[in-house]
Design a protein around this ligand. Structure first.
Ligand code: 13P
Ligand code: SF4
Length: 383
């Protein structure tokens, strides 16, 4: 994550982080549990499915990006959400948990949102900065009517991009509702500007019958029209930002071919952040939540090669031993930033919180919150 996105609006820690790094795992576990017992319903720990098992164990609720946003939006009893995920998820939780009607229900009290390690960012989110997106919008307006372009940001983006969408009649999507969101967009405009993940945008638009030729890719590092001709933009249905997930882009078509040859009858299950060639060959493509549901609902003996983050695939292997589950890539594809959330950081933030010093607080500024909430609420209303 770029340093200008890192804010730490919390108190100074009472307990410094350093000593936690040498505490044994068993002790960390019992100290974390002690804080959970003490704070009870005041504390809600949310965990994304890509978290390591030892962190997931302490999550009150776990989910994919969409589910976690809903959980934050619906949270009532808690005073603090400790978000075991990445920065954009904690920002989204802050915006949704502190929207005006929720604050009114709590007599104006804010829910504090904490990210245990501020360096838990997302390399994909960092591929689209607000200044770059604003510059692209202005540039493309020389060629196409941006009044009729609906900006759609994947939830894996900074709050400032969600606010951009809110301001310009746009919306947020997740990997579980991308098609419904694009349909919403085409009811309101004739083109979509989709950022930051080109693969989710492309894979979703292809399913809707939009052709690759109608999807120019906007490269923010190209000086002229993101590297596109005027003709390409005029004929576009979706303008895709040149961004990707460094984890999911590691899966390749040859991995699929290899598994099909070696394991006849195997099914390929992938996340739509994987490149087109992989999605086209897969039997099932869907969000993290859909991947879990698909395995859960399959009979014993089903063989899978799964293309998504390693911690989740290993957990599925452990939870469904009666199925044969393989990791789709021969190399380790894990999200290094999600992995930054560990028991040391969790224990450190919880003990500081218990002792009155909320550290690593994520608080989105008022103006950004106002506009990004509009784009997020549009998303939550789409079915
Ligand atoms: P979902 O949680 O929407 O499946 O997205 C996966 C991901 O990359 C989260 O960062
Ligand atoms: Fe970002 Fe990819 Fe990690 Fe998700 S898995 S947080 S998109 S880098």
């Amino acid at each position: 994550m770029s340093t200008d996105q890192i804010e730490n609006t919390g108190a100074q820690p009472i307990h410094p982080l350093e000593p936690y790094k040498s505490i044994e795992v068993d002790e960390l576990r019992s100290r974390i549990q002690a804080v959970r017992d003490q704070l009870g319903d005041e504390l809600l720990i949310l965990g994304h499915h890509y978290q390591q098992d030892e962190v997931i164990e302490f999550s009150d609720l776990r989910g994919d990006s969409y589910k976690l946003s809903q959980m934050a939006a619906d949270s009532t009893a808690c005073k603090t959400i400790v978000f075991c995920g990445v920065h954009f998820m904690a920002e989204t939780a802050d915006i949704l948990a502190n929207r005006p009607e929720k604050m009114a229900e709590r007599d104006g009290r804010r829910t504090t949102v904490i990210l245990p390690d501020m360096a838990a960012g997302c390399s994909m989110a960092d591929m689209a900065g607000i200044k770059q997106v604003e510059a692209a919008w202005e540039d493309m307006s020389d060629v196409i009517d941006t009044e009729k372009v609906i900006p759609v940001t994947y939830i894996n983006s900074a709050a400032s991009l969600k606010a951009f969408c809110g301001r310009h009649g746009g919306i947020v999507c997740t990997s579980s509702n991308a098609q419904a969101v694009l349909e919403w967009a085409y009811e309101r405009g004739n083109r979509v500007f989709f950022f930051p993940d080109q693969h989710l945008g492309r894979n979703t638009a292809l399913k809707m019958g939009i052709t690759e030729e109608q999807m120019p890719v906007w490269d923010p590092f190209q000086l002229e029209l993101g590297g596109n001709t005027e003709h390409a933009l005029e004929n576009s249905k979706v303008i895709l930002w040149k961004g990707h997930c460094s984890v999911h882009q590691m899966f390749r078509a040859e991995h699929v071919d290899g598994f099909r040859k070696q394991h006849p009858g195997i099914k390929i299950l992938v996340h739509p952040e994987c490149p087109r060639e992989v999605n086209d060959l897969a039997d099932v493509s869907g969000s993290t939540g859909k991947i879990i549901e698909t395995v859960k609902n399959s009979p014993a003996g089903t063989k899978w090669a799964i293309g998504t983050e390693l911690h989740l695939v290993n957990r599925l292997k452990a939870e469904y031993p009666e199925q044969e589950i393989h990791f789709l890539s021969p190399v380790v594809c894990m999200c290094a930033t999600m992995y930054r959330i560990d028991l040391q950081h969790l224990c450190w933030t919880l003990e500081n919180l218990r002792d009155g010093a909320a550290v690593n607080v994520i608080a989105v500024d008022e103006e950004t919150t106002k506009w990004s909430l509009i784009a997020l609420e549009r998303m939550l209303a789409v079915r």
